[in-house]
Design a protein around this ligand. Structure first.
Ligand code: IVH
Length: 665
């Protein structure tokens, strides 16, 4: 076979693999820049050698995010992407090409390039009828039910001058703050973290349960209108119309008359974007006039009237010294790369996240490798690629550890899961200490002590499990180094005081895998005593709202272990609460059944948390934001004007503290 063909095949294979990593696994191993460079290399070769044309070449498609579980719908207009550029020269080239192609005056609209999931929305008679992902550009997933939960996407348009039918395209985004909170929660539950807001957002959009989507607070920006009867010939002017109709259009969108203005825009947003609440990865330039856009037309893949300029992600090269493994409180083992220190975006990077075994294999990581680290806005830097040319022949491949780095027990992995666990939950020190530490936390038993306290007591062999805490004597503690009589007594008092913590918090404090605060509350309500919970089967557990198979299995497994039963029994002997208090049960009513209540502001008679509990106690639902489904807004002092306005607009009834307490009488 001739050498060119071999080269083409190798590039196609490599690019196909990267496409898969990016779109299917959501785990890219090279930067977009590298990918585009290779794609261009292949595209050039194919142009020079048309005899090797192949309709299945990666140059012939835009990448697929098709997911089998959603209905596939064809796009009325293909959903194309944009050509990427990385330098001022390429932007100038684009500008000159447009000038030459039009031979007339033109304006350029500059927009931010939002780094999310692209979506196409169809509106008929002012109503959202369909939301479809890009898919392979020709057809995509019908995610209408999920998109309907996104607050910034209007279900009904305002005004009356919108076309009878049109499409509007844009990006679905998870704001940084939501992403960080979600990852924090996942870390606490020891679930795999999302690498960036884009993956978290697209993962959310592909959820089967719209309720989960709604809880994740996605946002959107729209930037492209399509249809037969658009209001004007100007892209910019149409977007401004769309804004009036209720769409979220970026305030950063700007119309420019000269190339200099375009460069000013690029320069401003290169730093300005760092203060935005959502991720961006570049600038998009578009010819404003739609008739001029039509004149310029499309190449086989991209519009000739638009281009993307991508910001450089800050990257550095360094050496992988070793991989270490951390064991969390539920036994989850996470690999961490130890790097030779390198400066990146103002901080020194010594470690990088490796997520799991699949990621290590994807990178084909070897010890001593020269690796590329990137901080593309992510909190933890990550390794995006390996410079294999610099690899020494004796550098060993990184093999995920087979045994727990702390206790030596062989690790296990559940089917379909990416994470390894150390099963020695009763003998593995970080798991024991982690569980005790979790037990002490404020939202659990609220005992005055942190991980350092646990470390001391555990190392001194005074505690081995959570039940041992209640047998501690201050006299034993104050014999330890750095402990005074007073602090030892305080700790013991605080431990004994915790026996009054209510059942649902005790349940959370046990640290059962996947049982977070909210799940614990739901369980306590459905199974008002631990005996009932212990007796529940997976089937019975999954009857409870929002308790899935995974949580149910974890609970059954927990109570199936002798050591756990022993701990629970000891705690029971020490007087901990293992059933809903008579009080709570007696106070339970259906008075608020079917009502959704939003709390806002500050109150005099009870705290917000108390009101929240009262709503749940009486069969109502507490929600964080106002919608047409809200029954009441419980308004206190200093409430935000936006909430009030929204409630008034939607005709939601606004009630005060006394009105609310009256409902419960
Ligand atoms: S216009 C035919 N404008 O970037 C042109 N795209 O590679 C349609 N994107 O698939 C796209 N911000 O997902 C356009 N202001 C913006 C954008 C934008 C982000 C995404 C979009 C598109 C990809 C282009």
């Amino acid at each position: 076979m001739d050498q060119i063909k071999q080269q083409i095949d190798a590039l196609r294979d490599e690019l196909n693999k990267h496409n898969y990593d990016y779109y299917v696994l959501s785990m890219p191993t090279i930067s977009d820049f590298e990918f585009d460079k290779k794609l261009k290399e292949l595209s050039d070769l194919e142009t020079q050698h048309p005899e090797y044309f192949d309709p299945n070449s990666p140059t012939q498609r835009v990448g697929s995010d098709i997911n089998k579980s959603f209905k596939q719908v064809p796009h009325k207009y293909p959903m194309l992407s944009l050509g990427n550029t990385y330098s001022k020269e390429e932007v100038t080239d684009f500008y000159n090409r447009v000038q030459k192609g039009l031979n007339d005056e033109f304006e350029i609209v500059c927009e931010l390039k939002y780094d999310g999931t692209s979506i196409s929305l169809t509106y008929v008679n002012g109503m959202l009828t369909q939301a479809v992902t890009r898919g392979d550009g020709v057809q995509g997933d019908d995610v209408t039910a999920n998109v309907r939960t996104i607050r910034s996407i209007p279900l009904l348009l305002r005004g009356d001058d919108y076309p009878q039918e049109f499409e509007i395209r844009g990006e679905i985004l998870m704001p940084w703050a939501v992403f960080e909170e979600l990852n924090k929660e996942r870390e606490e539950q020891e679930e795999a973290l999302f690498a960036n807001p884009r993956n978290a957002g697209s993962g959310t959009l592909k959820q089967q349960d719209p309720k989960i989507v709604a809880s994740r607070k996605l946002d959107s920006f729209l930037y492209y209108m399509l249809g037969e009867n658009l209001p004007t010939d100007g892209h910019y002017e149409n977007l401004m119309k769309a804004k009036e109709w209720g769409f979220k259009i970026s305030d950063a969108t700007k119309k420019c008359k000269t190339l200099d203005e375009v460069f000013d825009y690029i320069q401003y947003w290169d730093t300005g974007r760092k203060n935005l609440p959502v991720a961006t990865d570049g600038i998009v330039l578009k010819v404003n006039s739609l008739s001029q856009q039509r004149n310029l037309g499309f190449t086989s893949k991209f519009p000739r009237w638009a281009i993307a300029y991508k910001f450089q992600a800050e990257q550095a090269t360094t050496t992988l010294l070793s991989v270490s493994y951390q064991v969390g409180r539920t036994g989850a083992v996470t690999p961490v790369a130890n790097l030779s220190p390198v400066k990146l975006s103002g901080t020194t990077v010594k470690r990088a996240s490796l997520y799991n075994e699949d990621y290590i294999n994807l990178l084909d990581l070897h010890v001593n490798d020269q690796v590329f680290v990137e901080k593309g806005g992510e909190i933890i830097p990550k390794i995006t690629g390996v410079d294999t040319a610099k690899r020494g022949i004796f550098d060993p491949k990184v093999e995920f550890t087979k045994n727990c780095p702390e206790c030596g027990t062989p690790l296990i992995k559940d089917e379909g899961e990416a994470i390894y666990y150390c099963p020695n939950d009763t003998g593995c020190p970080p798991q024991i200490k982690g569980r005790i530490g979790h037990f002490l936390t404020r939202k659990a038993m609220n005992i005055a002590g942190g991980s350092e306290t646990v470390e001391h007591l555990y190392n001194a062999k005074l505690i081995h499990n959570i039940a041992d805490l209640y047998a501690l004597k201050w006299q034993d503690i104050c014999r330890l180094e750095r402990w005074a009589e007073k602090s030892a007594k305080n700790l013991v008092d605080s431990i004994h005081g915790s026996v009054n913590v209510p059942y649902e918090r005790v349940l959370y404090a046990l640290g059962i895998r996947y049982v977070g605060e909210t799940v614990a509350k739901k369980l306590a309500r459905a199974f008002p005593s631990i005996d009932k919970l212990m007796a529940a089967s997976v089937e019975e557990l999954t009857q409870v709202d929002e308790i899935g198979d995974r949580i149910a299995q974890s609970i059954v497994k927990y109570f199936g272990e002798e050591a756990n039963l022993e701990v629970v029994n000891k705690l029971r002997e020490f007087g901990l609460k293992f059933e809903l208090s008579e009080d709570v049960i007696a106070k339970r009513t259906n008075k608020l059944e079917g009502l959704t209540i939003v709390i806002s502001g500050t109150f005099e008679k009870h705290s917000r948390d108390e009101y929240k509990d009262m709503i749940e106690q009486n069969g109502g639902k507490n929600s964080g934001s106002i919608s047409s489904k809200t029954s009441y807004l419980l308004a206190g002092d200093n409430m935000g004007p936006a909430k009030l306005e929204k409630a008034e607009k939607l005709g939601v009834k606004i009630i005060g503290e006394d009105d609310f307490l009256g409902l419960l009488k």
